[in-house]
Design a protein around this ligand. Structure first.
Ligand code: 5GP
Ligand code: MN
Length: 334
């Protein structure tokens, strides 16, 4: 199936639904709303659905007020998914990543288009626009619109969403996944009127005082294993509550571990309900996607992955620290 076929599918469609992964991040929301604003401009009907709510620092992008949250409006979301003739699946590679919404998408009659950059995508979509080399799904959304021949329909509205997706998934254009192409896109978006500084301010300068204090506390708890070039931080439910935790307050925290000289592997553990959410990051060849798949029922990218553990916080941490000797050679090699 060619992109020309996809173009005609979109042209004849009446109801388009865009779904993205649970605990949506900047790329999930940025890519979804980037595509949404483009489709609206192209004269289509579109609806973004997220499995659960997302942080306040992402609730400013154009179209955010139209997003439906499956957890909060389950019935309306089910109806929307069932009535869709196209479903775009953005920034995830397995239906497991969208919880119960996954079952609705799986049984929906719609034509499914996956746009994603995570490793090892499952085979559930009818068409895949997939590249593990892409820095973000937002970049792929730009490339997808370009491939449809509709670059001229990207405007300030869709542009700032795409910019934000790229910015957040690359920690502000710093990872090796950022290519000249990424900067060309950023330049193109700025020339279309996108205010890049607004995206940076809205996302990074919107902390509450509690969030900044939580960051200070979390950093004071840092554990470092120089002999394994590893550092981690863990936060219990009580600790999070003490700082009035709200969704998104721990976003990016794991990256601080990698700011220590010589550290190659970083982990962040957080108690959430009856499970532990784990964020893993690495520099160089150490593959946290594989580690997360093998030990924390997760996945992601080679240098940024996440997972879960059903059980106690201290046990999740112990699993990781017990594993370190096995990975010593890999961690010291690079
Ligand atoms: P984060 O640590 O920021 O939550 O996620 C890092 C990367 O791993 C993101 O690309 C995210 O989509 C992916 N990821 C996070 N948690 C999970 C998970 O539980 N399962 C899978 N397959 N991927 C995850
Ligand atoms: Mn992404």
């Amino acid at each position: 199936m060619s992109i020309a076929d996809i173009k005609s599918q979109i042209a004849t469609s009446k109801n388009i639904v865009i779904v993205t992964h649970k605990n949506p991040d900047g790329d999930a929301i940025g890519s979804s709303l980037g595509l949404y604003n483009y489709l609206i401009k192209a004269g289509k009907q579109a609806q973004v659905i997220t499995p659960n709510d997302y942080p306040e620092f992402l609730k400013w992008m154009p179209g955010t007020e139209t997003v439906m949250v499956f957890e909060a409006a389950t019935h309306a979301c089910k109806q929307s998914v069932a009535a869709a003739d196209i479903i775009f699946c953005l920034d995830f590679n397995t239906l497991k990543r969208i919880d119960e919404l996954g079952e609705e998408v799986r049984k929906a009659k719609a034509f499914k288009i996956l746009i994603d950059h995570h490793q090892m995508p499952e085979d559930f979509a009818n068409f895949m626009f997939h590249d593990v080399g892409a820095c973000s799904t937002a970049q792929l959304v730009y490339d997808f619109i370009h491939a449809l021949g509709d670059k001229n329909l990207i405007d300030e509205q869709s542009g700032i969403c795409i910019y934000t997706g790229i910015m957040t998934d690359t920690a502000s254009f710093r990872f090796p996944s950022v290519k000249a192409h990424t900067h060309h896109i950023a330049a193109e978006l700025i020339s279309k009127g996108v205010k890049h500084f607004t995206a940076h301010e809205k996302v990074y300068d919107s902390y509450s005082a509690d969030r900044l204090r939580l960051l200070g506390y979390a950093l004071s708890k840092l554990v470092v294993f120089p002999e394994y070039r590893t550092a981690y931080i863990s936060l219990s439910k009580e600790e999070l509550e003490k700082y009035n935790f709200t969704k998104g307050d721990t976003e990016g925290l794991v990256n601080y571990c990698l700011t220590i000289n010589n550290i190659r592997f970083a982990a962040f553990f957080m108690e959430r309900g009856d499970e532990i959410k784990i964020s893993l990051r690495s520099k160089g060849a150490f593959d946290v996607n594989l580690l997360s798949r093998q030990h924390f029922s997760g996945g992601g990218h080679a240098n940024a992955a996440g997972g879960e553990y059903k059980g106690k916080l201290t046990d999740a941490v112990k699993i990781l620290t017990d594993l370190l000797p096995n990975y010593k050679t890999a961690l010291l090699n690079d």
